[in-house]
Design a protein around this ligand. Structure first.
Ligand SMILES: Nc1ncnc2c1ncn2[C@@H]1O[C@H](COP(=O)(O)OP(=O)(O)OP(=O)(O)O)[C@@H](O)[C@H]1O
Length: 255
């Protein structure tokens, strides 16, 4: 679980995060949404420990980040997996090499232990025949699976995903969403996803945090987002005519 208490972050005169408080529970898929420039990436970077908030606290399973020693922060960092926008795989390494990389860097496991773990996570993301291929030789959807395998290879407690669906066709995007959602539940991970994808919001948004101009404008579940009267949320989420119609049908069905 991650508890965020009133965090602020500024860059010079630009007050980007203006007192955000929320809780992200473990075993749940938590989504951060909001317009471009609302502070989603800065917020995610604060959660990753890449930016230190100017004020407020972030607690990871009860440990207040700003009170940890350098060694404790390093240990915490190893409990975090990250799926970057665009996958960010190493082009010169095979699929297996990419997934092995964190184990080589941060563990003292034997070669056979590392190999077993790599085989296990690649199987878990449904990639069994791609071990020796290079990123350029596989599809975007397969690259995302490799990125997810690499993010979970260290058995993280926290999984952060920045726009995991960008560049994918809608069908592949849903497969990737479902994979992240299943893994989150299966391994009881606290997962936080930065997204613009409204399909993800509706499909896997067990908790949705809507940021507006650096404030928490709204939070709730994918069921609640259908019913909310918050104008900023409805303007943002139902900006497309299709989603407006779906919402209308849902409301009519319930009445
Ligand atoms: N390293 C930085 N230095 C200075 N300003 C920054 C830095 N990172 C972000 N900002 C500023 O913070 C504000 C919020 O940016 P952020 O990237 O968090 O928005 P976002 O909601 O993630 O947008 P998008 O959806 O387009 O990725 C912007 O005004 C941006 O210029």
């Amino acid at each position: 679980m991650i508890e965020v208490e009133n965090i602020h972050k500024s860059f010079g005169d630009n007050h980007v995060l203006k007192g955000i408080s929320t809780t992200f529970e473990k075993g749940k898929t938590n989504l951060i949404i909001g317009q471009s420039g609302s502070g989603k990436t800065v917020f995610l970077k604060c959660l990753l420990g890449l930016f230190e908030p100017d004020d407020g606290n972030i607690c990871y399973n009860g440990q207040i980040y700003s009170e940890l020693s350098i060694k404790e922060k390093r240990n915490l960092r190893q409990e975090m997996g990250m799926v970057f926008q665009g996958s960010a795989l190493f082009d010169s390494m095979t699929v297996e090499g990419n997934v092995m990389f964190p184990l080589d860097m941060f563990t003292k496991q034997s070669q056979s232990e590392k190999q077993d773990r790599v085989d296990f996570v690649l199987k878990r993301v449904n990639l069994v025949d791609a071990h020796t291929r290079f990123p350029a030789e596989i599809s975007g959807g397969m690259q995302k699976r490799v990125a997810i395998a690499r993010a979970i290879v260290m058995n993280p407690k926290y999984l952060f995903c920045d726009e995991p669906n960008s560049g994918l066709d809608p069908k592949t995007a849903i497969l990737i969403d479902n994979l992240i959602h299943e893994i989150t539940q299966e391994y009881d991970i606290t997962t936080i996803i930065n997204t613009h994808d409204m399909n993800s919001v509706m499909e896997i948004g067990e908790k949705i945090l809507f940021l507006k101009n650096g404030h928490k404008e709204w939070e709730g579940t994918n069921k609640e987002i259908f019913k909310t009267d918050n104008q900023a949320v409805t303007d943002f989420v139902y900006s497309s005519e299709l989603f407006k119609k779906v919402r209308q049908m849902y409301i009519e069905e319930r009445n």
